[in-house]
Design a protein around this ligand. Structure first.
Ligand code: ZN
Length: 140
């Protein structure tokens, strides 16, 4: 697991998520599954004129997958689709280990998952929510 400070952020989002709940009337719904760990989430977004006005997720999985989805929603609610995709790109590059300090700051608490780039077995857990976000926003 990551260092203590980051572990606390991750545990906190896992145990007391801000966005893990059903959402009435979502404009977009997409399920994402990581069979190697058993992570299974469904992302729900409300999008109006390219702006993500609300979002939530439901499902189950390990602490990293659930915390990552929760931190992602903290970051993208209130942003445009384009901005959300840009942040997803930064997050996915962070996990591959190629991100600048400025970009890392933009990820706010989600930067706590940077150490996952050194834990190959957990990479799919960390990126599940973000890949689901990319897919949900780029499906025609
Ligand atoms: Zn997992």
């Amino acid at each position: 697991m990551p260092s203590n400070f980051y572990r606390e952020i991750i545990n906190d989002h896992n145990l007391r998520p801000n966005h893990k709940h059903p959402l009435e009337g979502p404009s977009l719904t997409l399920r994402g599954v990581n069979p190697s760990c058993g992570d299974d989430i469904t992302l729900l977004l409300k999008v109006e004129n390219d702006l993500i006005t609300d979002g939530a997720y439901v499902g189950d999985g390990c602490a990293i997958s659930q915390a990552s989805a929760d931190m992602m929603l903290d970051l993208i609610i209130g942003r445009s689709k384009e901005e959300a995709l840009r942040l997803a790109d930064i997050f996915l590059r962070m996990i591959k280990g190629s991100v600048s300090e400025e970009e890392l700051e933009e990820l706010e608490e989600a930067a706590a998952l940077e150490d996952v780039s050194h834990m190959p077995a957990r990479v799919k857990c960390a990126v599940l929510g973000w890949h689901t976000l990319e897919n949900i926003l780029t499906i025609p």
